[in-house]
Ligand binder design. Structure first.
Ligand code: PMT
Length: 398
C-alpha cells in the first residue's frame, strides 16, 4: 500500500533522528517516494545529505532557500503528500503543532496537508509523562492525527522508562496497518441518519430536540474516511456535512422517512443515530398562532417509526444498527428496541449524563448484540466512538 505513494518524512531534533534514516530506507524499499523535511535542530543529529542519498530526493530544510523544487509554493509538499510521518517528534515540536504554529517548513506542511499524519514521539520519560505534553498529544489526536506509542527502555539521557522511539520496522508496520484499516470499508454503501427532526406547529414554531448531529456526522465522516460510499440523511444541524458524503437535508420525521426509504435498498449498512420526533402536530397552523387564550392545546399524532420499518424490510446481508437514547432502564429499553425493530446491534446511549448524549463532544454507550452480548465502552470522543462502532459492525458480517 506504500507503493507509488508520496510520503513526507519529517525529522525533528532528537537523538532518535538517526533511526529515521532507516525509516526513509524502508519506505523507499516499499515503493514510496520519500520527501524528507528536517527542522533546524534535526540537522544537528543527521545531515540532509544522508537523507538525500537514501531517498534520491532533495531534502527540505528551510522555507526561505532558493526555490528549485516543488513548484515554488511553500505548501507544495503538503499538497503532494499521501501520508506524513514525523519521526522522531520531540516534545517541543508536538507543543508547537498543538498550538497550530507554522513557523518552519515542517509545521507549515503539517498544518496545510489533508493527508493522514503519524507522529512517533521520542523524548525523556518525564517530558513524555508531563501533563502538558500529554495534553498536547491529546489535542492532536482529537484533530485526527495518529500517534505511534513510544516504547519503554533505556533512553539516551540515561534514564529508563517510556519515551524511546519504536524501531523503524515497527513504525513502518504501524503506518501500513493503520492505512490498510483506513480503507477497510471500500465498496460498502452506508446510510447514516443524524440530528433531530423539527415538527412544525405553525410557520415560525416547531417541536424539536437537543440533538446536534455530532454523533451521526462523526459516523458518516469515519465511514467515508474508511472508503465507504456514504449517504447522510440529516435533520437541521449547525454542522457542515463531511467532505465527500452524499448529503440529504430534511426537516420533519416524515421527510426523513421518505429520504431513508428512497435509499435504504442500496445500503449495505444503515446506522440510525438521528433523534426522530415520535409525534407531529396534527393540525399545523397556516399562520402564526396568536396568544389569545390562557391555554393552548396541540394534538399530536404518532410519526412513522423509520427504524422499525427498516427492520421489517431488511434484506439478507444488510446490517441495521439503531441507537437508543435513554435516561433510565437503559439496557432493558435498548434490548426491547433491538428485538422489536429487528436490529443487528443497538447503541444504548445513557443521555442522563452531562458528558454523554445530546450535544456533547463525548459519548458513553453500551452495545447490545442479537446474541445477547452486551459490551460496555468507556467514555470517549464521538469521533473515536464512530470508529469503534464501525470496527464492530465490520466484524458482524463483512
Ligand atoms: O446528535 P448529538 O447531539 O451528537 O446526539 C447524539 C444522540 C444522543 C442523538 C445519539 O447518540 C442517539 O442516541 N440517537 C438516538 C436518539 C433517539 O431518538 O433514540 P430513541 O430511543 O428515541 O430511538 C430509537 C431508535 O429509533 C433510534 O435509532 C432512532 O433513530 C429511531 N427512530 C426513533 C423514532 C422514530 N419515529 N423513528 C426512528 O427511526
Amino acid at each position: 500500500m506504500l507503493k507509488d505513494k508520496n510520503v513526507i518524512l519529517g525529522v525533528t531534533g532528537g537523538i532518535a533522528a538517526y533511526k529515521s534514516v532507516e525509516i526513509a530506507s524502508r519506505l523507499r524499499k516499499a515503493g514510496a517516494s520519500v520527501h524528507v523535511i528536517m527542522t533546524h535542530s534535526a540537522q544537528n543529529f543527521v545531515t540532509p545529505l544522508t537523507f538525500r542519498e537514501i531517498t534520491g530526493n532533495p531534502v527540505t530544510t528551510t522555507m526561505w532557500g532558493e526555490v528549485t523544487n516543488y513548484n515554488v509554493e511553500h505548501i507544495a509538499l503538503a499538497n503532494l503528500a499521501d501520508l506524513v510521518i514525523v519521526a522522531p517528534a520531540t516534545a517541543n515540536f508536538i507543543a508547537k503543532c498543538a498550538m497550530g504554529m507554522a513557523d518552519d517548513m515542517l509545521t507549515t506542511t503539517l498544518l496545510a496537508t489533508k493527508a493522514p499524519i503519524f507522529f512517533a514521539p521520542a523524548m525523556n520519560t518525564n517530558m513524555y509523562d508531563n501533563p502538558l505534553t500529554q495534553k498536547n498529544i491529546n489535542t492532536l489526536i482529537e484533530n485526527g492525527w495518529n500517534f505511534i506509542p513510544p516504547e519503554s527502555g533505556h533512553l539516551a539521557c540515561g534514564a529508563d522508562g517510556l519515551g524511546r522511539m519504536p524501531e523503524p520496522v515497527d513504525i513502518v508496520d504501524f503506518v501500513r496497518f493503520t492505512m490498510a484499516f483506513a480503507a477497510d470499508m471500500l465498496g460498502i454503501k452506508v446510510l447514516v441518519t443524524a440530528a433531530g427532526t423539527y415538527e412544525p406547529i405553525d410557520p415560525v414554531r416547531y417541536i424539536g430536540n437537543r440533538s446536534s448531529g455530532k454523533m451521526g456526522y462523526a459516523i458518516a465522516e469515519a465511514a467515508k474516511k474508511r472508503g465507504a460510499e456514504v449517504i447522510l440523511v440529516s435533520g437541521p444541524s449547525a454542522l457542515t456535512a463531511p467532505e465527500g458524503v452524499n448529503f440529504i437535508g430534511v426537516e420533519t420525521a416524515a421527510e426523513m422517512r421518505d429520504a431513508v426509504m428512497n435509499h435504504c435498498s442500496e445500503a449495505d449498512l444503515i446506522i440510525k443515530a438521528a433523534a426522530v420526533a415520535d409525534y407531529h402536530v396534527r393540525n399545523v397552523s397556516d399562520h402564526k398562532i396568536k396568544k389569545n387564550d390562557e391555554e393552548l392545546t396541540l394534538v399530536l399524532e404518532k410519526n412513522p417509526d423509520i427504524l422499525k420499518e427498516l427492520g421489517a424490510k431488511k434484506r439478507i446481508g444488510q446490517i441495521l444498527v439503531g441507537f437508543a437514547a435513554e435516561t433510565q432502564n437503559l439496557l432493558e429499553y435498548a434490548k426491547a428496541k433491538l428485538e422489536k425493530k429487528n436490529l443487528d446491534m443497538i447503541v444504548a446511549n445513557d443521555v442522563s449524563r452531562k458528558d454523554a448524549g445530546f450535544n456533547t463532544d463525548t459519548n458513553l454507550v453500551k452495545l447490545l448484540y442479537r446474541n445477547g452480548t452486551v459490551e460496555e465502552l468507556p467514555l470517549m470522543s464521538k469521533q473515536k466512538l464512530a470508529d469503534e462502532l464501525l470496527n464492530r459492525v465490520l466484524k458482524l458480517k463483512y
